[in-house]
Design a protein around this ligand. Structure first.
Ligand SMILES: Nc1ncnc2c1ncn2[C@@H]1O[C@H](COP(=O)(O)OP(=O)(O)OP(=O)(O)O)[C@@H](O)[C@H]1O
Length: 303
């Protein structure tokens, strides 16, 4: 279904500004991939006439010309996710980039990718619905972790969770930030394959490292990543000294336990990919702050 924005969509978009103001929303988040044609998107943003975050899976996507001031852009991984998963990832990335904060109310406009039909409007409260914001106040990321590094790890983890590796499910774990404390509470299970390489050749932001990381995800143990993206180690066994205040949700085993616990005595974030379910779980300060479930079928469901 292509063509101009449907009448219902148009009317929802036109009214979204008034609704956002009435409910005290600070920003309107629009799943941009719903709209096929650039001119239509520009018209939509002009109609919304409110601070907008455009969310897209497309790598080169940018705000329509002339509207860069009103629009911020958030890129989410280009993989199949449930609608809830997409909302979580988009809000997490927006928070990592300080576009939204704890306590914010966000109006979301979404629909099915490429349909030209905005079919859903929802209001999200960053603080009650998204656990991330209740458990960590204003700062979603540790201070030493660059947003781009976190986003890269999130993408790699989501891809591994959904796609696995050569047809097989893989599980792995990334610990990012507070690397000295993380290293002091862990040891090598196997020889560290990153040992001896210059730092510029092992930065997770370098696209050339993607295959290597995915290959090494088969190694038992965790990746330890410095906040600037340098991968310090793979195959690291975590032996954290802390203890969890509350037990993890049922079904999560030793990998998730280690991921959660290492964040008790460090300020690191742990991003865990479950081999059994493909779910990506993010831990901070000993708590599961966000999980992104693997969709059952294929489909790009809008936000
Ligand atoms: N302390 C640890 N540090 C690093 N890796 C660990 C640790 N404990 C377990 N793992 C890794 O997790 C793997 C799976 O363990 P387990 O099945 O108990 O975890 P899980 O949390 O249920 O995860 P999954 O959903 O992937 O199975 C182990 O084979 C090991 O590679």
């Amino acid at each position: 279904m292509t063509g101009p924005l449907k009448i219902l969509s148009r009317s929802m978009v036109r009214h979204s500004h008034a609704i956002a103001r009435e409910v005290g929303a600070r920003v309107i988040m629009v799943h941009a991939d719903v709209i096929v044609e650039g001119g239509e998107l520009q018209a939509l943003v002009e109609d919304v006439n409110f601070r907008v975050i455009l969310v897209s899976r497309k790598a080169g996507f940018h705000a329509p010309g002339g509207l860069e001031e009103m629009c911020s852009v958030v890129h989410i991984p280009d993989i199949a996710m449930t609608r809830a998963g997409q909302v979580k990832v988009a809000t997490l990335v927006a928070a990592a980039e300080s576009l939204i904060q704890a306590g914010d109310r966000i109006l979301c406009l979404t629909g099915i990718d490429g349909s030209n039909a905005i079919d859903t409007m929802m209001v999200l409260d960053m603080g009650t619905e998204i656990e991330l914001f209740t458990s960590m106040a204003a700062d979603p990321l540790p201070k030493d972790v660059a947003p781009a590094v976190f986003e890269r790890i999130l993408t790699l983890a989501s891809e591994l969770g959904v796609e696995g590796r050569e047809g097989r499910a893989v599980g792995t774990l990334f610990v990012v930030g507070d690397h000295e404390r993380t290293l002091s509470q862990s040891h090598q299970l196997v020889f560290n394959p990153f040992h001896g390489y210059p730092e510029e050749e092992r930065n997770i932001l370098d696209p050339r490292l993607e295959e290597t990381i995915k290959e090494f995800s088969a190694i038992d143990g965790a990746f330890v990543v410095r906040g600037d993206g340098v991968v310090l180690s793979a195959g690291r066994y975590l032996a954290p000294r802390g203890k969890l205040d509350e037990p993890l949700p049922q079904g999560l085993g030793t990998r998730h336990e280690a991921a959660a616990t290492v964040t008790v005595t460090t300020s690191a974030l742990a991003v865990c990919v479950s081999q059994s379910t493909g779910t990506v779980s993010i831990f901070k300060r000993g708590r599961l702050i966000l999980d992104i479930q693997k969709p059952r079928g294929q489909g790009t469901d809008g936000l």
